[in-house]
Design a protein around this ligand. Structure first.
Ligand code: BG6
Length: 462
């Protein structure tokens, strides 16, 4: 047993971002538009305008310098799918798109920073949505596999850690993140979204298999949104409600990636929604043969639920529960709680379910509304969030959970998926607001120096 909260020597201390949230340059060098570029303009009053984002597309060298100064051992980022295949259906990739990531990856490797690369983070090429409805259509499988093949071929010599699809369950529940028209009725939207979910499972299974067969030195898995779900009371019906929600939202995604089988409890929920998935012979085998060899977990907070005992027992899970606020916990302005013990508990659950599976915490972070004051950003709450979550992760490792990587969300301020620049997560501050692009100058927050210390000592003890 290690003492002094010392971490294993080879522990991968990272930090995370995603392409549309940081890059900008959304139509430069041949890039096509993606769902992420399209979805938010009119609806969210340009809060998510990806034309500039935080302009990482032009600041990448400087950003890698900051990563170096921070002492990162790894960096989790995503490749913008429509930089590589602008429309999604081309046969040959866009060379300028590949070049950008070659430069970035070369720079990271030269700085001894291990790249951890997400293939798609909410950003299917919009061309595929226009052409055949995107992930809703079965043809999307082949277009994703073609894209993934190119990424592995081009970058696998330098990139050992791959993540296929970021937070599939989030896209499916939001439906518009898949390019599905918001004006359609709910049943139609869910019918389309769960069909898309099924295609994503098949697509990632094909990519897992391909990767194991041809690039045996690589690790590949999904990046799952894991919301550890706690019952509001010890009553059996509340405990069951919490379990059912957690199974449906988080564990179904992991079960399919790791066990290669769609769980019965998931199919039952689709039946509750009167949804039928169209399948083809051989699909079961594809899922069975293509499995992840590690798990990327995006973990922010817990959620607390009670059973709605008056609800239709055959209704959709989200109608059988109420969310409950715990008055003893601190919440962000956006309703995400501060519950670090939930992380240890959640990691223990993962290890029970998938014994000894290597786990990367691919996102974990605290959001605030922040301003620059005399060139500084004081973010004590983020520091205590990082401290307490790293502490609980350390305890989970002592419990025997195989966590090998930790990536605060986010390395740098970026467009929050929900709230643009108003909701900041970064260790590095970027000078711009939703409506004023300013100069996007970078400033190290107090949490940058805190995390730097952890990385220098490889421990929580200075
Ligand atoms: C995860 C996503 O859902 O959580 C990120 O992978 C996202 O893209 C993050 O930014 C935080 O969510 P939000 O809505 O606060 O940006």
């Amino acid at each position: 047993k290690m003492t002094n909260e010392q971490f294993p020597d080879n522990f991968l201390w990272g930090a995370a971002t995603s392409a549309f949230q940081v890059e900008g340059g959304n139509q430069e060098d041949g890039k096509g538009l993606s769902v992420a570029d399209i979805r938010s303009y009119p609806k969210r009053h340009q809060q998510l305008d990806t034309t500039v984002s935080v302009d990482h597309y032009h600041h990448w060298r400087e950003d890698v310098q900051l990563m170096k100064e921070l002492g990162l051992k790894s960096y989790r980022f995503s490749i913008n799918w429509s930089r590589i295949f602008p429309n999604g259906d081309e046969v040959e990739p866009n060379q300028a798109g590949l070049r950008f990531y070659h430069h970035l990856i070369d720079e990271l490797v030269a700085a001894n920073i291990e790249p951890m690369v997400t293939m798609t983070h909410f950003d299917q090429p919009y061309g595929l949505v226009k052409k055949y409805g995107g992930w809703v259509d079965r043809r999307s499988i082949a277009d994703f596999v073609k894209y993934a093949k190119w990424l592995l071929k081009e970058f696998s010599p330098q990139v050992r850690y791959w993540l296929t699809i970021n937070e599939q369950a989030v896209m499916v529940l939001a439906t518009d993140m898949l390019g599905i028209d918001d004006h359609l009725d709910e049943h139609t939207r869910y019918q389309m979204a769960y069909q898309a979910n099924y295609h994503m499972w098949l697509a990632q299974a094909e990519v897992y298999k391909l990767c194991h067969d041809e690039y045996p030195n690589c690790m590949i898995g999904p990046a799952v949104s894991y919301i550890t779900t706690l019952p509001a009371s010890r009553k059996s019906y509340d405990m069951l409600a919490a379990k059912e929600l957690e199974d449906f939202y988080s564990f179904a995604q992991m079960d399919v990636a790791i066990h290669g089988v769609i769980p019965k409890y998931f199919e039952n929920e689709l039946a509750n929604l009167n949804i039928e998935i169209s399948t083809q012979p051989g699909d079961e085998q594809v899922l069975q043969e293509g499995r992840a060899n590690y798990l990327g977990v995006n973990w922010y907070c817990t959620t607390i639920v009670e059973a709605r005992r008056d609800a239709d027992p055959n209704g959709f899970i989200f109608r059988r529960i109420n969310r409950v606020i715990d008055p003893d916990l601190l919440y962000t302005e956006w309703g995400w709680n501060f519950d670090p013990v939930g992380l240890r508990y959640g990691l223990r659950q993962l290890n029970d379910r998938y014994p000894n599976i290597p786990i990367a915490i691919t996102e974990c972070g605290w959001s605030e509304r922040e301003e620059l004051i005399e060139g500084k950003v004081h973010d004590p709450q983020r520091i205590s969030y990082l401290h307490d979550h790293i502490h609980q992760m350390w305890l989970a490792i002592q419990d025997g959970v195989n966590v090998f990587s930790f990536n605060p969300w986010s390395f740098i301020d970026l467009l929050s998926n929900g709230d643009g620049m108003e909701k900041r997560y970064g260790l590095v501050f970027v000078d711009r607001t939703n409506f004023d692009e300013k100069n996007q100058k970078r400033y190290k927050k107090d949490s940058f120096y805190y995390y730097q210390k952890v990385l220098q000592t490889n421990s929580l003890q200075p």
